[in-house]
Design a protein around this ligand. Structure first.
Ligand code: DAH
Length: 352
């Protein structure tokens, strides 16, 4: 072992330098002086190995490596220490006040349409209904013909719609004007007897005002069975309205209504559940028009592949958007799809 080198003193010097470092720049300087592969002091030691007597090389190399490792450990420790000190300094910075309340989290909320749709789904599934979905871009055939509305039928005028470029030759596509096409799709898919609802978005070529929009929401209902009656239709509507408006009883009345896919067809009105003197909801008529409905026309059953000699059905078409407006006393339909955050925030959960 060459006696000109005192490894213990070297190590002490190296560790002293590491511990004295005050910042990252100092740490780097120590690394450069000692550990640099070319000019560092440890490298200079290792470079001497080939010049030594062979029996000394191992011991010398081991001692040099121990200095290197001790220094690396000391540098690591100092680096951690300095980082902790920095963090502490940041935290005790006068501009940081840990006692201030945290910035509030922006919580989103469910759209009123979603709230009411889910509520309706709960009510109807509890009565044994399936929840179905149909396409918003619908075959003209399903939107009209299969619902007993032929091409030249005047009922088409009331539901003028957007026609789309057909993807398949001969298949005419429309933005569906109502959720009623899901009736036929349900018949094709489910084996009678069955009950189903189909909430969803519908479209009309409509100039907009407070009660008209080109895009709004409906919920279709369909029940098919062997002995389905108008009395059951009325009973179902009453049960559902009681649940939505949270009243023990609600008087309803049927007026004749014409829809080509039902026969007989009705307009179902309910006693205004909000009525006060000068009521603005029912405009003091004490009745609100709620739900067109009727007994499924035999042609529609046939279009859905169901034998009208054996099966009968009732159907209803709830204006979901209208129900939301009634429920939350919203005076303008355009609010629903307007995307106004201030409006939507009023439906956020109260606790913020
Ligand atoms: N689809 C009709 C509309 O949008 C509403 C409707 C009427 C649906 C009578 C029905 C029904 O299921 O029986 O105007």
């Amino acid at each position: 072992m060459p006696n000109d080198i005192d490894f213990a003193a070297l190590e002490a010097e190296a560790l002293g330098a590491a511990r004295a470092a005050k910042d990252e720049a100092d740490l780097r300087a120590v690394e450069r002086d000692w550990l640099d592969k070319k000019g560092g002091r440890v490298a200079a030691l290792l470079a001497r190995i080939p010049t030594l007597e062979p029996q000394m090389r191992r011991e010398f190399g081991g001692a040099a490596n121990r200095v290197k490792q001790a220094l690396e450990a000391a540098l690591d420790a100092r680096r951690t220490e300095l980082a902790a000190a920095q963090l502490h300094a940041d935290l005790s910075d006068a501009t940081f006040d840990p006692t201030l309340p945290a910035a509030s989290l922006e919580l989103g909320s469910l759209h009123p349409l979603t709230l009411v749709r889910r509520e309706l789904e709960d009510i109807f599934t509890s009565m044994g209904y399936h929840v179905l979905e149909g396409p918003e871009v619908e075959l003209e055939d399903y939107n009209f013909q299969k619902l007993n509305i032929p091409s030249d039928h005047p009922a088409r005028d009331a539901t003028d719609t957007f026609y789309c470029e057909p993807l398949v030759a001969g298949a005419s596509l429309v933005l569906r004007t109502h959720t009623s096409p899901v009736q036929v799709r349900a018949m094709e898919r489910l084996k009678p007897p069955f009950r189903a609802i189909a909430p969803g978005r519908v479209f009309r070529s409509e100039s907009t005002d407070a009660t008209h929009e080109h895009t709004f929401h409906q919920m279709e209902g369909l029940v098919v069975g062997e002995d389905v009656t108008v009395a059951q239709l009325v009973g179902t509507m009453k049960a559902f309205l009681r649940a939505v408006f949270r009243v023990d009883d609600l008087e309803v009345r049927l007026r004749p209504g014409f829809f080509p896919f039902v026969e007989p067809g009705f307009e179902l009105d309910a006693r205004c559940p909000f009525c006060t003197a000068g009521c603005r909801v029912c405009k003091q008529s004490r009745w609100i028009e709620l739900c067109p409905c009727g007994m499924v026309h035999p042609n529609v059953l046939r279009a859905g592949g169901i034998d009208p000699e054996r099966w009968r059905g009732f159907a209803f078409g709830l204006g979901l958007s209208r129900l939301v407006m009634l429920r939350y006393q919203i005076d303008d339909l355009r609010h629903l799809l307007g995307g106004d955050v201030q409006f939507l925030e009023t439906f956020a959960p109260a606790a913020r």
